[in-house]
Each structure stands twice: as structure tokens, then as C-alpha cells.
Design a protein. Structure first.
Length: 342
């Protein structure tokens, strides 16, 4: 763990300012976070923790922590007496024990909508690139090969079926954009009833039906015990011949080996993957040798606008909790209204 960097400027209560610890962060700068903390009169400390023990040491005495990848477990929470809030850089909270935090009265905040437009843009970009064979054709031209053979057959987008798995903010935005391109859009979501139509005009179907009908399968679900390896060998055996898979949510939703096998034997025409079960992707991964796989480095979330919004709102959330106010985004609001069971 590197030496912490502390910032505090003109705190409102110099004797006892709010202490916020960033447990880990791979960003180039924390200037935006620093500005939010300073405006609130809070002390900001940056550490680079990778283990429970490092988090406990770095965040001792903290009122709030901001976390990117570091594990926040029941053990960590038990050691951080007085902690009021946890802010997660991003949407997913699979490295945080939300139940343990709730039981201890600690608010857990994320920023679920900062990258809605960016991730949905990236999903559409991958889908269209795969549908038109753009990456493979580019590689061919660079080799002096102008043959269409490697990408055949290609089909026009209009009238093809685009399946969205998970109709939250990002999934819905992806569906809207796909409709604008001429796709027929269907979606599946365990919280929605098959046969219904969403406000965005997406027809809801069961997961099995989506897998069987979709020419493009775009994944937009959280990673949990129900979605781990949601796309596996059994499911891939039921996909429509020539289907394309796009994953911009979490790597663990997809069984990497099963997808690689389906790409090799033609069950999948192509796959566009922005996230992987292990990141960085191991150099031994079978995906790296497949021409019909387009791989990007967990970049779907990124734009200059989303980056700035993420950093600002992550710290704003924990500042609000520490000030006794309700933040814009909280996953366990019961800790603020006193309804957590004893």
C-alpha cells in the first residue's frame, strides 16, 4: 500500500473535520474529488489498498470511504467503528458486502446512471461493428486481403432482432438506440412480465425466447449468484445460428471458455466483449486468437463527461450522508430512516 495523500483546506470544523478515505483509485488525478471535499470542509485521504488489512489500516477513524476495487467485507466494517458511508466508483457493488454494511448502519452509495449513455453507445458500437464485420475487414485490408469471405454472411440491420438482457437504465438506453437503427428490439428482465411492453417500446419476452430469437444478444445485468455464467455452454447451444454476443456489464456473467468454444465452432458468429472474468485478460486467453472476437479494455463507461460526473457524484454522496442528508444515490436507505432490524 502506498503512502496516503491527505488534503484538507479551510474545514468548517477544524477541530473535527469529516474524514473521507479513498481506499483505492487508478485515476490520473483526484482534483475533482478534492474540490468536492474541500467545499464541504472535509479531510480527504488517498490510499492504494488491495487487501482487507490495508483498508482497515488506511481508513482508521474515517467517517466515509470511497472504494474502486478494494474488498469491503464484514471484517473490514467491524474494524471501522464510526464509519457512516461507503461510496463506490461506479454501478456494481460486487466487492462490497452490502448486507453487512446495512446491518451495521453504514450507507452504501453508488452512481448508477453516470455512464448510461456511454455504455449503451459502446454496446451499440460493438454490435454494429460485429454485424458489419468492420474489425475483421480492417484487419484484412491491412494484410492486403480484400476478400469478404471471413465475414460472410453479413445481413442488413433492418429487420434483425436485437435482444437486451436486463432492462435497467443502460439496457433500456441500448434498446432505444438499437430501435433507431432499424432493429426489432426484444428484452428480458426478471422484474418484468413477458408479453408486456416497456415505456421505450421494447417487447418483454422470457430469457429462453430471447436467446432463441435474437440475432444480437446484449448483456446489461449485475453480477450476482443468479447471473454468474448466465451465458454458458447450455445457453449457447440454444442461440440462433449466426448470433452475435455483446457484453458491456460484468465479465463473470459470461463463461469465457464456453464463449471461446462457440466462436470457434460457429455457434456464435461473433462476440464483442468489453469485460472479462479476469482483468486484465490473461495473455493465454483463447479469445485473443479469435478473429471473430472484438475486445475492448473495460472502456465502455468512459467519456470525459462520464469520468468527471462519476468522480464528483461519488464523493458528493458520502458527503451528504455524513452531513445527515439523503444522498442522490443510496442502496440501503433504511439505514438513514432507522428501519434496520436490531
Amino acid at each position: 500500500m502506498s503512502e496516503p495523500i491527505t488534503t484538507s483546506a479551510n474545514p468548517a470544523n477544524p477541530a473535527n473535520p469529516t474524514k473521507i478515505v479513498i481506499t483505492d483509485c487508478d485515476h490520473d488525478s483526484i482534483d475533482i474529488e478534492r474540490a468536492v471535499a474541500e467545499a464541504a470542509g472535509a479531510e480527504l485521504v488517498l490510499a492504494q489498498c488491495r487487501t482487507e488489512e490495508e483498508v482497515v489500516t488506511a481508513a482508521a477513524g474515517a467517517d466515509a470511504i470511497v472504494v474502486q476495487y478494494a474488498p469491503i467485507t464484514a471484517k473490514v466494517l467491524d474494524a471501522l467503528q464510526g464509519l457512516k458511508a461507503i461510496g463506490r466508483y461506479g454501478v456494481g457493488v460486487d466487492t462490497l458486502d452490502v448486507g453487512a454494511a446495512t446491518a451495521r448502519g453504514v450507507a452504501v452509495c453508488n452512481v448508477p446512471d453516470y455512464g448510461t449513455e456511454d455504455v449503451s453507445d459502446h454496446a451499440i458500437a460493438l454490435a454494429v461493428s460485429l454485424a458489419r464485420g468492420i474489425t475483421q475487414l480492417d484487419r484484412g485490408v491491412r494484410r492486403g486481403d480484400y476478400s469478404l469471405g471471413p465475414v460472410q454472411p453479413l445481413h442488413r440491420i433492418s429487420g434483425r432482432v436485437f435482444g437486451v438482457v436486463g432492462l435497467g437504465l443502460i439496457g433500456a438506453a441500448t434498446g432505444r438506440k438499437a430501435k433507431g437503427l432499424g432493429y426489432e428490439v426484444i428484452g428480458s428482465d426478471p422484474l418484468l412480465t413477458p408479453g408486456s411492453v416497456t415505456a421505450d417500446g421494447i417487447t418483454v419476452v422470457g430469457f429462453e425466447e430471447l436467446i432463441a430469437r435474437a440475432d444480437v444478444i446484449s448483456l446489461h445485468v449485475p453480477l450476482n449468484q443468479y447471473t454468474h455464467h448466465l451465458i454458458n455452454s447450455e445457453v449457447l447451444g440454444k442461440v440462433k445460428p449466426g448470433a452475435v454476443l455483446v457484453n458491456t456489464c460484468r465479465g463473470g456473467v459470461v463463461d469465457t471458455d464456453a464463449v471461446a468454444a462457440a466462436l470457434k465452432d460457429g455457434r456464435l458468429h461473433a462476440a464483442g466483449l468489453d469485460v472479462f472474468e479476469v482483468e486484465p485478460l490473461p495473455r493465454t486467453s483463447p479469445l485473443l486468437g479469435l478473429e471473430n472476437a472484438v475486445l475492448t479494455p473495460h472502456a465502455a463507461w468512459y467519456s470525459e463527461e462520464s469520468y468527471a460526473e462519476l468522480k464528483r457524484r461519488t464523493v458528493e454522496n458520502v458527503v451528504e450522508v455524513c452531513a445527515g442528508r439523503t444522498p442522490r444515490n443510496i442502496l440501503n436507505s433504511e439505514v438513514l430512516n432507522g428501519s434496520v432490524p436490531a
